[in-house]
Design a protein around this ligand. Structure first.
Ligand SMILES: Cc1cc2nc3c(=O)[nH]c(=O)nc-3n(C[C@H](O)[C@H](O)[C@H](O)COP(=O)(O)OP(=O)(O)OC[C@H]3O[C@@H](n4cnc5c(N)ncnc54)[C@H](O)[C@@H]3O)c2cc1C
Length: 391
């Protein structure tokens, strides 16, 4: 029987790092990456930052020689539209059927839209490179933008649009930016950062309507306030890209459901990255951040090859977000309901420790990289909060 090898569906960081790690672990069978994008796999964090601001035009993860040199097949512009788990095949959009010995699902996220706002031209999301280029083009002609949703994507887009000279209103139904993730106290410091840079931050209010004749002209808030706008950016979250798995029998629950090694309940099927929900042993990991992908790949790939991984998925999660001249970093699993100890705040940069059940659950800093990273061991150990507050 011919060896089908490993088929990886998805053309982002998780797909490329999985292929790379397989070769590093000396897997010598066929590897095929199948992506619905026509662009070679690229890095996404710069899309709301340097790419949007026109400071960078290439975030390609690996050059063409990487794929050739490691004998990795890269099929671009080929969306997968179904899996037959009994036959162990994946069907691509144009009808090609690929057999697999093992399948890795790495299809990431689909940005949410708000259907009730309609589809006027000028309502944008940022997930793909093309999205970022379109928004960059809009920004060059725009005077006023409304960013709906002050999560990380919305905050970063607001910051980049301001740097491009666009007037920005940032609208968020929660009282402050990032309130759901970091709580209102730290969210207020993020709001302060945006206000200091000229953004009109409106917390605690939603958007009722977007009006315009073919193209966006006015955003109407829930209280009737009308905001003139020639551009609207939606930063209202994403959902796992699992639609193509409907009816396959692969278990979906807030993403592709896996154990803590990336193994799904379907034989020879794995999932990794933003699309995956790793669950087990009291841990739940569905993290939509870059470093998590790298951690998961290091755990999953040796397991796929029947080896023990030297890595553990239960490392404290980490992410960063660049807004204006500040890098906001978050280590651990702070929750909005935790007690927040704001230990440094100079009006611009800050550092906060999060406490849950008496233990250090996480740290969030703006412009405080050494102190954020320095808390890693204590967070991993679940150290008492007093150990970091009174060292
Ligand atoms: C704008 C932006 C900024 C970000 N900034 C930060 C940051 O500052 N810090 C941080 O920690 N994280 C950041 N992230 C998150 C980080 O980029 C993601 O965690 C990471 O990209 C996840 O990689 P992935 O491979 O799982 O998913 P993705 O990168 O989304 O890749 C999934 C790929 O699968 C493809 N695909 C989907 N469906 C199919 C199908 N049916 N068939 C074939 N291919 C398919 C998609 O088109 C895509 O190419 C950011 C994300 C975005 C979008």
């Amino acid at each position: 029987m011919p060896e089908h090898g490993i088929v990886i569906v998805g053309g982002g960081l998780a797909a490329v790092r999985t292929a790379e790690e397989l070769r590093r672990e000396d897997y010598s069978g066929p590897i095929t990456i199948v992506s619905d994008e026509t662009r070679a796999p690229y890095d996404r964090p710069p899309l709301t930052k340097d790419v949007l601001r026109g400071e960078r035009d290439d975030t390609t993860l690996e050059p063409p020689e990487f794929y050739a040199g490691h004998d990795i097949g890269l099929r671009l512009g080929c969306g997968a539209r179904g899996v037959d788990i009994a036959a162990q095949t994946v069907t691509l959009a144009e009808g090609t059927v690929l057999g697999y010995d093992q399948l890795v699902i790495a299809t990431g996220l689909v940005p949410r839209r708000i259907p009730s706002l309609g589809d006027l031209d000028g309502i944008r999301v940022v997930r793909s490179f093309e999205d970022s280029l379109v928004l960059r083009g809009d920004a060059a002609a725009a005077r006023r933008a409304v960013v709906i949703g002050a999560g990380f994507i919305g905050c970063e887009a607001a910051a980049s649009l301001r740097k491009l000279g666009v007037e920005v209103v940032l609208v968020e139904p929660q009282p402050t930016p990032l309130a759901a993730v970091l709580g209102e106290q730290i969210g207020e410091l993020v709001a302060r950062l945006h206000r200091a840079n000229g953004v009109d931050v409106r917390g605690g209010i939603g958007v009722a309507e977007v009006r315009g004749d073919g193209r966006v002209e006015t955003v109407v808030l829930a209280d009737g306030t009308e905001l003139p706008a020639d551009l609207v950016v939606l930063g209202v979250g994403s959902h796992p890209a699992t639609g193509w798995l409907d009816g396959s029998g692969i278990e979906i629950d807030n993403g592709v459901l896996c154990d803590l090694t990336g193994r799904t309940s379907t034989p020879n099927v794995w999932a990794v990255g933003d699309v995956a929900f790793w669950r087990g042993d009291g841990h739940e990991v569905r993290v939509e951040h870059w470093s998590n992908v790298v951690t998961q790949v290091r755990v999953m790939v040796p397991t796929m090859l029947g080896r023990e991984s030297l890595h553990d998925v239960a490392v404290p999660p980490y992410f960063w977000s660049d807004q204006y001249d500040v890098k906001i970093q978050c280590l651990g699993e702070p929750k909005a309901t935790d007690t927040v100890h704001l230990v440094e705040d100079d009006g611009h940069k800050f550092l906060a420790y999060y406490e849950r059940d008496g233990a250090l659950s996480g740290v969030v800093g703006a412009g405080r990289p050494a102190k954020v990273m320095g808390a890693r061991a204590k967070i991993a150990d679940g150290a008492p909060i007093s150990e970091i507050l009174n060292p």
